[in-house]
Design a binder for this molecule. Structure first.
Ligand code: HEM
Ligand code: SF4
Length: 538
């Protein structure tokens, strides 16, 4: 079905709807190759928008270069795939790439004439795709980076994330004209690290009592999202038993995308076009009824499944023993920015040190990486090799949890620079404010929250600041105390317009205050930063 053909188009809808109505985003594929011949100047304004459907996005200052977002479902990569991306970064992207908060890899500096070869590398040589990486369609499906690996995993999902991603891709025009972007997440992580509460639709590990036993399955949430109007997703209070997961999850994710696609009332205002507004307005019961109508059968209702219980802020950094007895090594990547040489080296190290045939690299939404399936005896040599390429596995807790959005370097919406600032903040904090647990610091270049400042321990949002001597400099509003789980809270603002060259002092002071005054729980663990903030007056 082509949404463009079936929707009730109204000329009063947002300008982007007119572009999609004139021609589907997916129809631009052949034109990318044509434009590669005819050059940047020949690209029509509307096709710049349509090219986003294949992850191709103009980069600031819109003078001939593009960023290219490569979709990596669940952040799972084989070494040859990462090596191919590294080589691409070397050839066309000035030698670097960014791991993103949706487990993608984003390259910059590509020219339109580079795409035929770059597409060949990603699609054919790496076996990856970029369809629906940007645009009004289902974005990369995020997952727990240790799904199916972690020793405490009670439910295994196998290739489910990849299958649902391929379902969206193969659906083509069935999913290519949604009112706006659509963010799915699928995992059964016992820590709910995959942030189910901030996605449009997500699964999370749930349990119910069955004949005196605890039965594990998946719950489903819908309607989460950040940007400048953050919403937590609402649980649909359903339980998908383990045996039903392979069939039911793709069906649910297809039907939820259809509900969103058909909500034409969202297509009038771009700032009000996300699924979260529909769920907030109509309520989760309405949404569940609608979902069941489309599925043609009821789901198992369970009013006790309200939250991902006990969600904590982690992306599992560190070295851990997997369920199969091999080990997984977390590799903190400052701000997600990796040189091409580091990407290629990570691929080589995975091949060299992981068990033969099982080498895997996983990416996390904290912009970090993992090397999976490493035999214990290879750990020391792998760790030395990681340090030698500038990515030590045992970097400070600050380095593990600091993330930064694209910012002014490449983003047209940014009001401040972010990645360099984040690295300077990191250097200062590592030297001057020791901590013993990771605190998520998010450096975000505008209120859109691409680095998720609303759920950070300490979130910064860029804002221009005018100094007393009238100089205009980059500054930040400072927010603290975001958390997910059973008592979710968005971070609250505690300082406005802190000049960029002072903001590291603010963060260091907050960290010292926490370290000196936090409580220790009955389990001996320190209180979460967010809980400390919640009980501390402004
Ligand atoms: C109205 C415009 C935009 C809004 C509301 C927005 C919002 C967001 C949000 C909330 C995320 C959080 C990640 C998540 O969903 O888990 C995100 C991710 C991201 N955004 Fe934006 N964004 C916008 C435009 C842009 C632009 C113009 C750029 C860069 C040029 C950008 C770059 C990114 C990147 C790199 C990610 C990481 C996730 C991925 O791979 O998809 N965003 N965005
Ligand atoms: S948060 Fe703002 S500045 Fe940062 S990448 Fe997103 S849109 Fe750009």
């Amino acid at each position: 079905m082509n949404a463009g053909e079936t929707m009730n188009f109204d000329p009063k809808m947002a300008p982007q709807e007119h572009v999609k109505q004139a021609r589907d985003g997916l129809a631009v594929w052949d034109d990318i190759f044509r434009y590669a011949q005819s050059g940047f100047a020949s690209i029509s304004k509307d096709d710049f928008l349509r090219m986003r459907w294949f992850g191709i996005y103009q980069q600031r200052p819109n003078e001939g270069h593009f960023m290219w977002r490569i979709k990596i479902p669940g952040g799972r990569l084989r070494p040859h795939q990462l090596r191919e991306i590294g080589r691409l970064a070397e050839r066309y992207a000035r030698g670097f790439g960014d791991i993103t908060t949706r487990q993608d890899i984003q390259l910059h500096w590509l020219r339109i004439e580079d795409f035929p070869d770059a597409i060949d590398a990603v699609y054919r040589r790496a076996g990856l795709y970029t369809q629906f990486a940007c645009g009004d369609c289902p974005r990369n499906i995020t997952s727990c980076p240790l799904d199916d690996l972690a020793a405490d995993q009670v439910l295994l999902l196998g290739d489910l994330v990849q299958r649902v991603s391929d379902m969206y891709r193969d659906g083509g025009t069935e999913f290519s004209n949604l009112p706006r972007k659509f963010k799915p997440s699928i995992a059964a992580c016992p820590l709910h690290c995959h942030l189910p509460q901030i996605n449009c639709v997500s699964t999370f590990l749930a349990a119910r009592q069955s004949g005196g036993n605890r039965e594990y399955g998946l719950g489903v949430m819908a309607g989460g999202g950040l940007s400048d109007k953050p919403h937590f997703a609402q649980s649909l209070r359903v339980f998908i038993p383990a045996a039903d997961i392979p069939r039911a999850v793709p069906a649910v994710f297809r039907a939820v995308a259809h509900i969103f696609r058909d909500a034409d009332q969202l297509r009038y205002k771009r700032g009000h076009a996300r699924l979260k507004f529909l769920v907030a307005e109509r309520g989760w019961q309405w949404f569940r009824d609608e979902l069941e109508k489309r599925l043609g059968q009821p789901l198992a209702h369970d009013d006790a499944i309200v939250w991902p219980e006990g969600a904590v802020a982690t992306d599992h950094m560190g070295i851990q023993r997997q369920r199969n007895g091999l080990y997984c090594v977390g590799v903190p990547v400052p701000c997600g920015r990796c040189t091409a040489a580091q990407m290629i080296a990570l691929a080589d190290l995975a091949e060299r040190f992981a068990a033969a045939g099982d080498a895997e690299i996983r990416l996390s939404f904290r912009q970090n990486a993992f090397i999976a399936n490493v035999p214990q005896e290879n750990l020391p040599a792998l760790c030395d090799a990681l340090a030698a390429i500038g990515l030590p596995h045992d970097a400070s807790p600050w380095r593990q949890a600091l993330i930064a959005c694209t910012g002014r370097q490449f983003c047209n919406l940014a009001v401040v620079e972010t990645k360099d600032r984040a690295r300077a903040i990191l250097d200062y904090l590592e030297k001057n404010a020791p901590i013993d647990v990771p605190l998520m610091v998010s450096v975000t270049g505008c209120p859109n929250s691409c680095a998720q400042h609303h759920i950070a321990d300490i979130g910064l949002t860029g804002i221009p600041v005018v100094l007393p001597d009238k100089r205009k400099v980059d500054g930040f509003n400072v927010l603290v105390g975001g958390r997910l789980g059973a008592e979710p809270r968005f971070a609250r603002e505690i300082a406005r317009k802190v000049p960029g060259d002072r903001v590291h002092h603010t963060i260091a002071a907050l960290a010292r205050f926490y370290m000196a005054n936090r409580r220790t729980g009955p389990d001996g663990r320190p209180e979460l930063f967010a809980d400390f903030v919640a009980r501390t007056p402004d």
